[in-house]
Design a protein around this ligand. Sequence first.
Ligand code: XIL
Length: 490
Amino acid sequence: MRRNRTPYSGQGFRPGRRALAVGTVLVAAFLAAATAIGMALPAQAATSLRSLAETKGRYFGTEMTGGDLGNGSLTGVAAAQFDMLTPGNEMKWDTTERSPGVFNFGPGDQIVSFAQAHGMRVRGHNLVWHSQLPSWVSNLPLNQVQSAMQNHITTEANHYRGKIYAWDVINEPFNEDGTLRQDIFDRAMGSGYLGIALRAARAADPAAKLYINDFNIEGVNAKSNALFSLAQSLLAQGAPLDGIGLESHFIVGQVPSSLLTNMQRFANLGLDVAVTELDDRIPLPASSNNIQQQGTDYGTVVNDCLMVARCVGVSQWGVDDGHSWIDGTFPGFGAATMYDRNFQPKPAYNASAAALGGGSSTPPPGTTSLVSAASGRCLDVPQSNTTNGTQPVIWDCHGSANQQWAVSGLTLRVLGKCLDAPPNAAAGTKVQIWDCNGGTNQQWNLNASGTISGVQSGLCLDVNGNATANGTTVILWTCTGAANQRWTRG
Ligand code: XIL
């Protein structure tokens, strides 16, 4: 269902001569075999938004629909880059309670499961909204609306209790001029419905942060002024309001200059603020100037959030340009996200990463991913954790730096560390990353068959138990040449 609305706005070691010669031959053979199978390496992010945001005490989120769960490229990027997930439609009233008292949480549960499987938290979206609201609610006699609303909130928030970081309890309550929308809730209860809704949500899920979420409230204007007054009065009444969601559906070049000031004034009330639905639409066909400007815009938004201690995080609405709501809702506009339709990061990605203190967006030259033949998944350093002893796993390939391995002599280097077999490694020992030290336990033969064998142990890198799931560790095992011991350049 679409809505028409006013536009929203180096530590090298020196191998002996013999090792060098053998290594060169083996590497050449490996690369030749790999190139035969290989694909061009796309330009990829050097690290993840989620890990960068976490170093700043923030999250970086995205939005996905149930349909998106079937797209491996999309889910790969989502899990790798984002640590907060908002369901696009699956928790809205028209999905969760299409008929009075008949609840369907299946679609929302799927989104929550995906999030939990990938270490992402969830923003619940949403409980009370004039849109995507079944007609049975809008047609209720006014004296039945409050109980229907309370029952809806109680049942849904109770179902998801403990699984939701924050709920958009009330979505988009304001008109552009700052008056409250005359929706069924306002007509039935007046402005009191907001406090009633918040209290019902708090009772059902005391741990969730409770938000009012709206668009065109990012800058200081009539609408955000009205929301500010409302927030003050709700707090004065003791209503359980914890945060303000700034949707942030921007038009390229039009991020309000008062964004920072506006976020700070809400924060000064003791409220959290969050950028909940960021996108930045561009008139199509998108010019390269506008794609660059979009980068500037994203950088501004992320920087502003970092400037406000109570700005808890930024979420983009959708993962990539091919799965954004913009094209269908704002004809003539598109290219609104950080990823293009091929899931390649755009300048907006680089700007966001840079604002979070990240470096280059392209992998270091000469690096490659190592793809396990059994699963198609990539050798990956969990969470880009560079602590000595971190054990690589297999994970969906996404090309970020924690999956980019440099073949340097006989070493395999990642994130400035070396792939390393612990002392006295035997069949079954998990490999790890460690400071590069030139030891033979850090030397690997890249065999033409695709196996990778340890120079010291003679054992092969082996996906533990022949499992294929994300997170499976990689051990040393007697070389068999089976698929779980063969690796190709991705
Ligand atoms: C959008 C979804 O992305 C679309 O799939 C759906 O057709 C309409 O709603 N503000 C909100 C979100 O709070 O719920 C909206 O999501 C986008 C605008």
